[in-house]
Design a protein around this ligand. Sequence first.
Ligand code: BGC
Length: 775
Amino acid sequence: MKNYLVKDPWHIIEDKFHPEYNRISESIFSIGNGHMGMRGNFEESYSGKTLQGTYMAGVYYPDKTIVGWWKNGYPEYFAKVLNSTNWIGLEIQIDDNLLDLSNTDIQEFKRDLDMKRGLLSRSFRTLLPDGTLVVVETCRFVSLARPELGALTYSITCPHKSVKLKVKSYLDGNVHNEDANYNEFFWEHLFQKMDDDFMAVSLTTRKTDFTLCVTAAHRVLIDDRKPNSTIPVSRADHSGKGYTSRTFELTLEAGKKFTLEKYASCMTTRDHPREELEALGKVNLSREAIPGFSVLKDEHSRKWEEIWAHSDLVIDGEIAAQQGIRFNIFQLNQTYTGKDARLNIGPKGFTGEKYGGSTYWDTEAYCLPFYLGTSDPAIARNLLKYRHNHLERAIENGEKLGFTKGAALYPMVTMNGEECHNEWEITFEEIHRNGAIAYAIYNYINCTGDNSYMAEYGLDVLIGISRFWVQRATFSKAREKYVILGVTGPNEYENNVNNNWYTNRIASWCLSYTRKACIDLEKKDPEIFNEISHRLKLTEKDLESFERIGSQMYYPADEKRGIFLQQDGYLDKEDITVEDLSDEERPIHQNWSWDRILRSPFIKQADTLQGLFIFEDEFDKETIKRNFDFYEPRTVHESSLSPCVHSILAASLGYTEKAYEMYLRTARLDLDDYNNDTEDGCHTTSMSGSWMAIVIGFGGLRYQNTRLKLSPTIPGAWSGYSFKLFHLGRTLTVKVDKTEVSIGNSGSEDISILLYNKEITIPAGGLVSAALKKV
Ligand code: BGC
């Protein structure tokens, strides 16, 4: 765990340079706008620890699978979002010194991510090897207002000495993915060009044929004004393969400030025809189009204001918690804006390369509730449509594994609908992902009341998924029940288990929900239902099998302890808890052999408890409590997806301090580098877990057939908190303090909700307050 960042409600600040943590900071200080993003790399040369990373959403490469022993059914490749043209690059020469913070004597340093306005700034004063003092100030952003545009400003002053300054600004397409399987170069160079106003580098991906054209333009200022004949700035250009640079050279007098503004237009064939990319880039950067850095900056920051107006979550009384949740909300909005149904949310967003930038069950199980609560429903709908668009591929994926008749197995990891993951215990066995995708449909319709989704898209997906469960479950004569054998549950520290309680439960739920959705639609709109059943060849036999298998599923349990068993035989494991582990052993995945982990009782992430969180309504509090008391002490939380679920359950059980401890762990996971892995990128998909821990956990938010329920509590460390919720076309503002809950309704119609299970009506434009209760 690290503790080097300044605690501030709206900023992430590193106020002293920590070279040993630079890769961690680069992840944390990442910026993005849904279309593209980049790590918090320095613009100037840096020879210390760094991972240079610039990523374009949806531009991927099918990197050939690497495995020790090939198994039938393995996917041929793992899709990876590509590290792409570095457009921020500057090489700065001051007299005979190359500016590189690894080799200078840093007097002051500040890196600042302004989350309110979406700006990354840096300032430092440093002594160069020859003793010259240099003062640098930088600011950059990728525009939310113009998603294909990035901009930076870089100022240099040498207060005591006149110097010969050379600033080389470059575009570099010679970039590699750190996680490439065969150290291959994923791009082919198309061209590099320069003219008086612009420079451009264009690359095209091998195999997938995406073309990226990055065009850049510059503006030079001396003391914030255009240079004139008294301070001549000369220019030299250079181009090599996949590389162009423009060098500005001048004598910079003592105390004068040199500023370079650099604008980059990053366009791809995902959005434009290839032959137009270059010309469009120039249009985007033309003098008429670029009103100047500060105008663009303000335009971008206003978009952030709009986002914060409906998604901010305020915590009073604890800056660390406030900073944590804002950082999470900020990163989620940087990663996914919901404007493009072809895109999804990679576990690292634009902050690193691990997990290939692909889509996991994380989206449905974790991210969806955040977007449902904080954004227009169209955004959540796009996330759902992404899976609908991939249904054919999910059916093909099922066929590759031997399933038939339209059985859909969605991939564990995907970019375009095809499976990319190639560890058998995950690819073939971690099938609970199908359940999360089905549950997301239920969640979406329940929260938004958008019933049209079921007939338009939802039912097709549910039928495909349910057909998979029908074929994947087998009837056990011994148990006289259906069983699901050879699976990996959410807890990846166990593989090839039989009857994972969570998987069996969610499979059974999918089957019942699909059947009910069919019956409901047939009643409501027989014509549409007939069209769907005809198209999908849905028969009475299908519906009968959904009912039979759904209602006769086997669930392992231990009667004596009154708990569900994570899987058959779980209790044969050694009866020890996390308290029996020494600090040196944790995280166990970095310190133990895999074999020892598999045999141990330690649970990577919420598994049985994941099911009790989702299906809470089906169980009484005592049952949930017994399971929580049993599984929590055995859980090491070595997946970022884990603490939030424990936090939510703890809050509903009245374990407020446990809930709070787990909240802090999820919200500050990256800021404090809790799992010692932030240098690979931030845990973007688990960030919505922090929002869930507050809104669903402390706020007690639940939906009951579009009816909203709240049962707020407050952790001891906070004096209050408040959040906004999108609900059925209205925005509700929920405020909680130590004594009172108030709920405001900004809509034009009254709304009835359940507060602590009692119906209240909040008038349009009005507010209702009530005393805070102990849950
Ligand atoms: C977790 C998975 C998750 C993946 C990506 C793994 O460590 O065990 O549940 O989908 O990370 O976040």
